[in-house]
Design a binder for this molecule. Structure first.
Ligand code: NAP
Length: 293
C-alpha cells in the first residue's frame, strides 16, 4: 500500500509556485493577490481561512481577509464583493462557505466576477469545465487530479466510483475523471443518498473517491483488493487523546481499508493540503491572466 501524501506533494507544489512568484517579481510584475471573505465565526471556516492565508504567505502571495459579522445584511456583503471585483490589485476572491442562512449562496457565487472566481464555483466556470474549455476548476477535485498525476496512477479505462454529488466536489470530480485526457478517461459512477446497494457499487471500484461527510462510512468489505481510495471527508469528533479536545476523521475507516488498497490518502494530510495548493494555483493563473484576459 502506498500512502498518497498530500502534505508532501503540496509542499513541493508550493515551492514551485514560490519560485514562479520570484520570477514574476523579477520581471516587474505584481505578486498574485488573493482575497478571502468570511461572514460569522464558524470554527471550521476560521481554520480553513487561516490555512489559506498562511499558504499565501508561504508562496509570497499577498492576501486580504475581509471579515463580516454573522448578521451582515446581504446588500453589504454584495457591495464588498463588488468592491473587490473592481479592485485591480486583487486577482482572486473566495467567499468561505457555509454562509449565514439569510445570505443566498447562489447569489454570492454568481456575484463574484468569473475572472476572479478562483474557487471555480461560478456557473460559467462549472459550465466551461463540462465542455472542456479553459476555466478555474474547483480546488478539491483539481487537487485530487494533481495528486493522481504526481503518483502516476493509471485512470484510463478504470472504473471510478464517486460517493457524493455536491457541486464543489462530487460532480466536478466526475467530470474530471470522465473527460478525455490523462488523468481521465475513466468510466465513472456517481453514488448519493438514494443509491441502492451502495456497498456493491463500491466493490466494483478500481478508484473510489469518497466525499460524503459521513465519518468512517467506507469499511473494508466495501473495497476491492488493490483499489485506489481517496478520502475527501472531514468530520471533527471529540477526542480525549488530543490537546485540542477534537480530531479529524475521514469518510473511510482507514485502519481496516488501507491494507487492501494499492494507494490511499490519509485524513488529515491527504486531500486537504492539495485543495489549498489548487487554490494557490488558480490564483497564480488569475494573476497571469492565463484563463481570462
Ligand atoms: P455535501 O455537499 O454535504 O454532499 C455530501 C454528498 O454525500 C451528497 O451528495 C449526499 O447525497 C451524499 N451522501 C450523504 N450521506 C450519504 C449516504 N449515507 N449514502 C450515500 N450518499 C450519501 O458535502 P461536500 O461539500 O461534497 O463535502 C463532503 C465531505 O468532504 C465533507 O466532510 C467536507 O467537510 C469534506 N470536504 C473536504 C475538503 C478538503 O479539502 N479535504 C473540501 C471540501 C469538502 P445527496 O446528494 O443525495 O444528499
Amino acid at each position: 500500500m502506498i500512502l498518497l501524501d498530500g502534505k508532501k506533494v503540496s509542499s513541493l507544489i508550493k515551492d514551485e509556485i514560490a519560485r514562479e512568484v520570484v520570477k514574476m517579481k523579477g520581471s516587474g510584475l505584481k505578486v498574485p493577490h488573493l482575497a478571502a471573505m468570511i461572514a460569522g465565526s464558524d470554527g471550521a471556516s476560521e481554520t480553513y481561512v487561516a490555512h489559506k492565508g498562511k499558504a499565501c504567505d508561504q508562496v509570497g502571495f499577498k492576501s486580504t481577509l475581509v471579515r463580516l459579522e454573522e448578521d451582515v445584511p446581504e446588500k453589504v456583503l454584495f457591495d464588498k464583493i463588488d468592491e473587490i471585483n473592481e479592485n485591480t490589485d486583487i486577482d482572486g476572491l473566495i467567499v468561505q462557505l457555509p454562509l449565514p442562512s439569510h445570505i443566498s449562496e447562489k447569489k454570492v457565487v454568481e456575484r463574484i466576477r468569473v475572472e476572479k472566481d478562483v474557487d471555480g464555483f461560478h456557473p460559467v466556470n462549472v459550465g466551461r469545465l463540462l465542455i472542456d474549455q479553459p476555466c478555474y476548476i474547483s480546488a478539491t477535485p483539481n487537487g485530487i487530479i494533481e495528486l493522481i498525476k504526481r503518483y502516476n496512477i493509471e485512470t484510463s479505462g478504470k472504473h471510478c466510483v464517486i460517493l457524493g454529488r455536491s457541486n464543489i466536489v462530487g460532480k466536478p470530480m466526475a467530470m474530471l475523471m470522465a473527460r478525455k485526457g490523462n488523468p481521465g478517461n475513466a468510466t465513472v459512477t456517481i453514488c448519493h443518498s438514494r443509491t441502492g446497494d451502495i456497498e456493491a457499487v463500491c466493490r466494483q471500484a478500481d478508484i473510489l473517491i469518497v466525499a460524503m461527510g459521513k465519518a468512517e462510512f467506507v469499511t473494508a468489505g466495501m473495497v476491492k483488493e488493490n483499489a485506489v481510495v481517496i478520502d475527501v471527508g472531514i468530520t471533527r469528533v471529540e477526542s480525549d487523546k488530543t490537546k485540542s479536545g477534537w480530531k479529524l476523521l475521514g469518510d473511510v475507516k482507514y485502519d481496516e481499508v488501507a491494507p487492501k488498497c494499492s494507494y490511499i490518502t490519509p485524513v488529515p494530510g491527504g486531500v486537504g493540503p492539495m485543495t489549498i495548493v489548487s487554490l494557490l494555483n488558480n490564483t497564480l493563473k488569475a494573476a497571469k491572466k492565463e484563463i481570462y484576459r
